[in-house]
Design a binder for this molecule. Structure first.
Ligand SMILES: *[C@@H]1O[C@H](CO)[C@@H](O)[C@H](O)[C@H]1NC(C)=O
Length: 222
């Protein structure tokens, strides 16, 4: 299902009304950090503007109740400029850590999907909207610095939210809104936490890849 849930993930982003907080217990470094660390933090915070666009990509079927191959095009994520973003670079420990907290995130995509929900075949293409509330994303990059160059050796993202819902134009190959798709969308939305938990993990690797690429470009500048 859905091409939805997406990589919203990629959150870092955003524009310029950043709120900062240094109280995050996950942060290892005490104090303000070096000039270079602060430069990295500032660059990462300002990397994107709204809405955030993602390259086209596909997601392989999972192993759960929903086994659906998804092709996602023209993905747009909005709401990120309102997020509270915290970034901490600790070059001594070799980590760059970011949290991103936002009340509501809205994602629009063109999707194509094919697979099974339980044993029922579903397929279709069209537009989807996904809304998620109380979203919290963390990203942790492991970095090495050599000869003044900072390299990312690993990127880990976690994603959490309190609630979400989505709308899809077609789940059963219809070209017009019919009866079955709205019915299923309703059922899915009544179980949205469950559905999101099932779908989101398959978006994490792509998100990590995208975020690594973005941070790599940022780190070339410091
Ligand atoms: C993504 O796919 C759409 C087709 O749905 C295409 O129009 C668009 O150019 C593609 N974008 C990129 C960056 O390849």
């Amino acid at each position: 299902m859905r091409g939805i849930f997406i990589v919203f993930t990629l959150c870092f982003l955003a524009s310029f009304n950043t709120v900062e907080s240094n109280e995050n217990p996950e942060f290892a470094r005490k104090g303000p950090g070096t000039e270079r660390e602060r430069a990295i933090e500032e660059l990462i915070r300002k990397t994107f503007r709204e809405p955030v666009t993602f390259g086209n990509f596909s997601v392989n079927p999972g192993n759960g109740v929903l086994r659906v191959k998804q092709t996602i095009n023209n993905m747009l994520v909005s709401g990120l400029s309102k997020a509270v973003r915290t970034v901490q670079a600790d070059l001594k420990a070799g980590t760059i850590f970011m949290t991103y907290e936002v009340k509501r995130l809205t994602t629009h995509v063109d999707y194509e999907l094919e697979g099974y929900c339980l044993l029922l075949p579903i397929w279709g293409k069209g537009k989807a909207v996904v809304v998620m509330d109380d979203v919290r994303v963390t990203a942790k990059a492991t970095v090495t610095s050599q000869h003044d160059k900072i390299k990312i050796t690993e990127m880990k993202i976690t994603f959490d939210m309190s609630d979400g819902y989505f709308d899809l134009s077609s789940l059963f190959g219809e070209s017009q809104p019919g009866f079955l798709t709205p019915l299923y969308v309703k059922v899915f939305n009544a179980n949205s936490r469950y559905i999101f938990n099932e779908i989101l993990p398959s978006y994490i690797p792509h998100s990590e890849e995208v975020l690594s690429t973005v941070w790599r470009l940022v780190l070339e500048k410091v």
